[in-house]
Write a protein of this length. Structure first.
Length: 226
C-alpha cells in the first residue's frame, strides 16, 4: 500500500516550522501568491522540498490574502482559470530555476470547497492547470464530483482525504466556522488517516501546516501509515 502524505506549505513566515513539517511528508503543496506566499517564501519552501526529496506541487487559491483564501469570491470561470494558471506558472518558474520539477496542483481553501460542489468551478480550475501542463495530477476531495469532472476532461487525479479535519455525513468537510472542524489530537488524526488508507478511500492524505500541533500530527500519521 502506497499512501502519499501531503501538507499545505509556504503559507507561514516560519522557516523552522516549515522545515519540521517537511520531515514527515512526501508531497508539498506550496502557496503561490494568491491567498499567501511570495517569491521569497516559494523559493524557501522549494529549497526545503528538494533537500528532503519531497514532491513539489502548487497550491493556488482565491486572490484574497485578507481572508487567507478561505472565503468564496465571485469570479467568472474564465477569471478562475486565468488566476489558477498565473499562480501555478509563478511557482513553476521558481521550481525550474532550481532545476526541479512540479508534479501536482491542489486548490486551496474556499476555491477547493467550491470546486467540490460546483462543476463549472472545478472545470475552470482544471483548465487553468491544463494550460500549464495537461499531464499534471490534480488533488481533490476523495469521492467528490470534482474528481469526476477532471477525469471526464482527461486529467490525472488523486483522491485526497484529511487527517486533521472532521467530515459531514455527506462526505464534505465540516466548515471551519463550526466547532470541532479541526482535529488537533495526534492520535485521533493518525487513526483517521489509517482508516482512510485501509479503506482505500484516498491516494493522498493531508495535514494542514497551520493546524495547531501540525508537526506532531504529521509525525503520528507518518508512523501510523508506515
Amino acid at each position: 500500500m502506497n499512501i502519499d502524505l501531503n501538507c499545505d506549505m509556504g503559507e507561514l513566515d516560519d522557516a523552522a516550522h516549515e522545515a519540521a513539517l517537511m520531515a514527515y511528508i512526501t508531497s508539498a503543496n506550496i502557496a503561490c501568491g494568491g491567498h499567501a506566499g511570495d517569491a521569497r517564501t516559494m523559493e524557501r519552501t522549494v529549497r526545503l522540498a528538494i533537500a528532503r526529496g519531497v514532491r513539489i506541487g502548487a497550491h493556488p487559491g482565491y486572490p484574497d490574502r485578507e481572508n487567507f483564501g478561505r472565503v468564496e469570491i465571485l469570479m467568472t470561470p474564465k477569471a478562475i482559470e486565468d488566476e489558477v494558471y498565473a499562480q501555478v506558472v509563478r511557482l513553476d518558474e521558481i521550481v525550474l530555476s532550481f532545476g526541479s520539477t512540479m508534479f501536482h496542483v491542489k486548490q486551496h481553501g474556499a476555491l477547493y470547497n467550491v470546486a467540490v460542489r460546483n462543476r463549472e468551478v472545478a472545470r475552470a480550475c482544471a483548465l487553468g492547470v491544463a494550460r500549464w501542463n495537461p499531464r499534471a495530477t490534480l488533488f481533490g476531495l476523495a469521492g467528490s464530483p470534482m474528481l469526476d469532472v477532471w477525469r471526464e476532461m482527461g486529467m490525472t487525479v488523486a483522491g485526497e482525504a484529511f487527517a486533521d479535519r472532521r467530515y459531514e455525513a455527506d462526505g464534505t468537510l465540516r466548515s471551519r466556522k463550526l466547532p470541532g472542524a479541526l482535529i488537533t489530537d495526534p492520535a485521533e488524526a493518525a487513526a483517521q488517516a489509517l482508516r482512510f488508507a485501509r479503506q482505500g478511500l484516498a491516494e493522498t492524505i493531508c495535514v494542514h501546516g497551520d493546524t495547531p500541533g501540525a508537526v506532531e500530527i504529521l509525525k503520528a500519521c507518518r508512523e501510523a501509515l508506515t
